[in-house]
Design a protein. Structure first.
Length: 276
């Protein structure tokens, strides 16, 4: 066999081996989410955008596949498989018993608001206790979602006063129920609600009531299966999040997404979290 053909075959074999080795070192992770950009080319929300930026920053070390799932099913899949991660999840002691969380938050949100339609008699600042006991409000919540440690604890202690709705589209359906006066209020971030319904003419009658005695900023983290693959994914994500360019992306995305009045609180909270 001519030397030139042997050389060419050797090169092809070496290239194939290198490609296969690179492929084998890529960590393939399934991202369970109620927002899957690969399925419908929807505009990216902030947290999804950050996950894609982390994948790009890791340059082939990890490959993410977004799979649609309700909030309840997300956690079920994370426990069932070893290669599943969730994102934008509130970290609390109960969840840390069942999942591996990364060190650095990818999102910060202003505190949840009590979103109501009309109800001019309600004060702009309210406790959940007054909302359900004094004002007798029926409040809709998404089943399986964490609203922050203090709100979660209140809901658990007063579960009969809340209307939980399961499913991938529960947040959107709760909004429609609010507009139809089937419930009196929902617990949601004002920026999320405004983004979701900005073109609805009924928005002029929506009020965002501050819930007293809750955290000013709530962080969203990445949670992964408690497995070897999950631990490797968490380490990779935290490595990428330590890059100054990624932190700048996080800050820029928050500046673009939140009103100026809320930006300062969120940015200060993120800067503090990343210095710890």
């Amino acid at each position: 066999m001519p030397k030139i053909i042997l050389s060419l075959l050797t090169f092809i074999m070496m290239f194939t081996a290198h490609a296969n080795a690179a492929k084998n070192t890529t960590l393939h992770i399934k991202i369970m989410t109620d927002f899957a950009p690969q399925l419908d080319n929807s505009p990216q929300n902030i947290a999804t955008g950050m996950m894609l930026k982390l994948e790009q920053q890791l340059n082939g070390a990890v490959s993410l596949t977004f799979i649609p799932a309700s909030r309840l099913r997300e956690w079920q899949q994370l426990h069932k498989f070893t290669d599943v991660c969730l994102y934008n999840k509130v970290k609390n002691p109960e969840r840390e018993k069942n999942a591996l969380f990364n060190r650095y938050p990818i999102m910060a949100f202003p505190s949840n608001r009590l979103v109501v339609l009309n109800h001019p008699e309600l004060p702009k600042d309210i406790t959940l206790s007054d909302a359900i006991n004094k004002h007798k409000l029926i409040i809709g919540i998404t089943k399986g979602r964490s609203y922050g440690e203090k709100i979660d604890a209140f809901i658990a202690a007063n579960s009969d006063a809340f209307m939980p709705l399961p499913g991938t589209t529960s947040a959107l359906r709760l909004s429609h129920m609010l507009f139809q006066n089937k419930i009196d209020a929902i617990i949601e971030y004002s920026a999320v609600f405004i983004s979701r319904h900005s073109k609805d003419p009924r928005m002029s009658n929506i009020r965002y009531l501050t819930i007293n005695k809750v955290e000013q900023a709530i962080f969203g983290y990445i949670a992964c299966s408690p497995s070897k693959e999950g631990k490797k994914a968490i380490n990779l994500f935290d490595t990428a999040l330590q890059e100054p360019s990624i932190f700048k992306d996080i800050i820029d995305l928050h500046k673009a997404a939140f009103p100026h009045t809320e930006q300062a609180v969120l940015i200060r909270a993120l800067e503090k979290a990343y210095k710890q």
